[in-house]
Write a protein that binds this ligand. Structure first.
Ligand code: RM4
Ligand code: MN
Ligand code: MN
Length: 429
């Protein structure tokens, strides 16, 4: 399946080459004055990647409705092709994170080959026991891994083992487990027993992990359960990951916390405990809004990266987070949103690399709060766009992501090749 023709990208880059060169040189001079070598930063940025969620390339929806877009992917092969385009232009998204059963296919070998033809690999596998699958014996209406009924729990465990098997075929190295289990009414569920059942079920999954795999436990404050959720916060996630063992870690989805929660502090705690699995990046104003990364609170995203860069700088043992996007696009072209988000994530990383760590250490040591916070602001306020553009250019990508994508006419082509589907009801699928 074809992606965007090379000549389209080159033609779009051509008039911008001169500007990138000038802007990059100018920024290089500025950074040199701050004692920063731009080439070192550029090399680090070029080595950074964030995974695309396969479910993100389709148009999402709300509880109320889903408004399908043109040329939506019809199956996992189409989704992979869209991910290929995102990586082709952005050069920042070398892996895809699959969701089962949404991404089931008949030939995993062919899927792996298709991915390789786009230069893509596979990041964490995601299991789904928050909705029922066609023909399954037991319903997840009242829970899955923590269900009161043992047979339902066993079915949910078996599904996770199936996800591991698929992931092995694709070269994935991790399983992300997010469950919707919880309760809508006080008294509906026995809190301690439900958590014990979670431990018992996840233990079976954990024991089936290949030796070089990790298990990412993802917490979320609420939804679909609106009174209490079994793995509702990083504390519950941490308790479970600790009980399970070293291969189990805690995944931080930025949208899964109450408004104003200090997520960068949670990240720091998990790093210190050796339990940070990685991220689902997105942004939010109120809850699990799944908005584009950095579209609402770019400083918060930067502050998360500040913790990550500090941990790498200080060579914290075992620090190896997985970076993934997890977004839902209701009013934009998903390809555009995912490219913009990937760019925003990389931007935050690049900005965090500019923090003067020695000066920050000294300011903290001297209790100079103003200097410390200004050091962060200075890094955040630096326009690193020339570095991002330079990295894309060197990698064969597009200087102007959205401009090149629109000029390619890819979406219009897909609208012809992929007949529109019926509107459907609410929900994210
Ligand atoms: C959940 C959570 C999971 C994602 C599903 C689709 O809210 O973020 O990571 O797999 O949504
Ligand atoms: Mn998530
Ligand atoms: Mn979510």
């Amino acid at each position: 399946m074809s992606l965007i023709h090379r000549s389209v990208i080159d033609a779009h880059n051509e008039p911008l080459l001169r500007h990138v060169k000038n802007d990059y040189e100018h920024l290089g001079e500025q950074l040199a004055r701050r004692g920063v070598d731009i080439e070192t930063i550029t090399a680090k940025v070029a080595a950074f990647g964030v995974a695309i969620p396969s479910w993100g390339v389709g148009t999402g929806g709300t509880r109320f409705a889903r408004f399908p877009g043109l040329g939506e992917p019809r199956d996992v092969h189409d989704k992979l092709q869209d991910c290929g385009v995102i990586h082709q232009l952005s050069r920042a998204t070398p892996t895809v994170s699959l969701h089962i059963p949404w991404d089931r296919c008949s030939d995993w070998g062919a899927l792996k080959d298709q991915a390789a033809s786009y230069g893509l690999g596979f990041d964490a596998m995601n299991s789904n026991t928050f909705s029922d699958q066609a023909g399954q014996a037991h319903s997840y209406k009242y829970g899955s891994l923590t269900h009161a009924d043992a047979a339902t729990r066993a079915q949910a465990v078996a599904h996770n083992l199936d996800c591991i098997e698929i992931g092995r075929k694709l070269g994935s190295k991790a399983l992300t487990v997010w469950i919707g289990d919880g309760s809508n009414f006080p008294g509906q569920q026995h809190f301690r027993r439900a958590f014990d059942r979670y431990l018992e079920s996840t233990r079976q999954i954990y024991d089936a992990l290949p030796s070089d795999w990790r298990m990412f436990l993802e917490h979320k404050i609420c939804e679909p359960a609106f009174y209490a959720t079994v793995i509702q916060d990083w504390g519950s996630s941490y308790l479970a990951a600790s009980a399970l063992g070293p291969k189990a870690q805690c995944l931080v989805d930025l949208g899964h916390h109450a408004p104003n929660v200090n997520i960068e502090l949670i990240v720091a705690r998990l790093i210190a405990a050796g339990k940070l699995a990685g991220f689902h990046f997105n942004d939010s104003k109120y809850g699990d809004d799944d908005l584009d990364s950095g579209s609402v609170s770019p400083y918060r995203l930067f502050l998360v990266f500040n913790e990550l860069v500090a941990a790498a700088h200080e060579q914290v043992k075992g620090f190896d987070p997985a970076y993934m996007l997890d977004q839902s696009h209701n009013v934009t072209d998903p390809i555009e949103s995912l490219m913009a988000s990937a760019e925003q994530v990389v931007r935050s990383y690049a900005q965090a690399l500019l923090v003067d760590r020695a000066a920050l250490d000294a300011a903290q040591q001297a209790n100079d709060a103003l200097t410390a916070t200004r050091l962060l602001q200075r890094a955040f306020q630096t326009d690193v766009q020339p570095i991002l553009q330079q990295v894309r250019l060197q990698g064969g990508g597009a200087i102007d992501l959205i401009g090149a994508y629109r000029a390619s006419g890819y979406r219009a082509q897909m609208a012809e090749q992929r007949p529109a589907r019926a509107g459907g009801g609410g929900g994210i699928v």
